[in-house]
Design a protein around this ligand. Structure first.
Ligand code: DX5
Ligand code: ZN
Length: 218
């Protein structure tokens, strides 16, 4: 199981301290939400910010590109120290090329699917990706409520993985707390992005331990 706190919910006036707090809390990955004000109606931060926190930790950087033209950011994020680059299947015909561009940079490839987009849209790419990101809220903002209608997509992704002997991780993102993480785990998720429910806690280490227990029990 992977727990990946989303830095979007951190205190942006203290990003270094927040990054160190996340590392000390024994998080597995750091999830970095990149928003371009076009693919989603919000703007977050870019490669310069990611580069500035890279020296603080060895946690893998899981970069989620909610961007209409993610390809212009692949090299900048690779140079900033990203380990995984996730793009959205909603970009359509370009997806195949984008996957290969990320691979050619030597990074792991994630493919994300929004709540209204059918899970069948990712099926053609499953053998080429490392991470399938099932969005459990509509992307753009932290702190939204989990959408339970996304759970059958997680189940389908897990069934396909088994049927085809594939190894991609099934990551869920949006409204994840101990209860919804457990529901997602029962559906087949193994990688949990959580912003508000972890950064809101004084003792993030305890909060992560509790989330691991909730997932284990499920
Ligand atoms: C949504 C982002 C998520 C979000 C998760 O646009 O992709 O990573 O920040 O935040 P919470 O856990 O607060 O829903
Ligand atoms: Zn995200």
């Amino acid at each position: 199981m992977i727990i990946a706190p989303s830095l979007l919910a951190a205190d942006f006036s203290r990003l270094a301290a927040e990054t160190l707090r996340t590392a000390r809390a024994k998080a597995d990955w750091l999830h970095l939400d990149i928003m371009d004000g076009h693919f989603v109606p919000n703007i977050s931060f870019g490669p310069t910010v990611v580069k500035s926190i890279r020296p603080l930790t060895r946690m893998p950087f899981d970069v989620h590109l909610m961007c209409a033209r993610p390809e212009i950011l692949f090299e900048p994020f690779a140079n900033a120290g990203a380990d995984h680059l996730t793009i959205h299947v909603e970009l359509g015909d370009n997806v195949k090329d984008l996957i290969w561009k990320i691979k050619s940079l030597g990074l792991q490839v994630g493919l994300a699917v929004n709540p209204p987009t059918p899970i069948s849209s990712v099926q053609p790419y499953l053998s080429q990706i490392d991470i399938l990101l099932v969005m459990t809220v509509n992307p753009g903002f932290g702190g939204q409520s989990f959408i339970p209608e996304t759970l059958p997509k997680v189940q389908q992704a897990a069934a396909w993985r088994k049927e085809n002997g594939l190894t991609y991780r099934i990551e869920v993102d949006g409204g994840i707390n101990n209860a919804t993480a457990a529901e997602c785990a029962r559906a087949g998720a193994d990688t949990f992005v959580a912003g508000t429910s972890l950064y809101g806690q004084r003792q993030m280490k305890r909060a992560i331990e509790k989330m691991r227990k909730a997932v284990d029990k499920a």
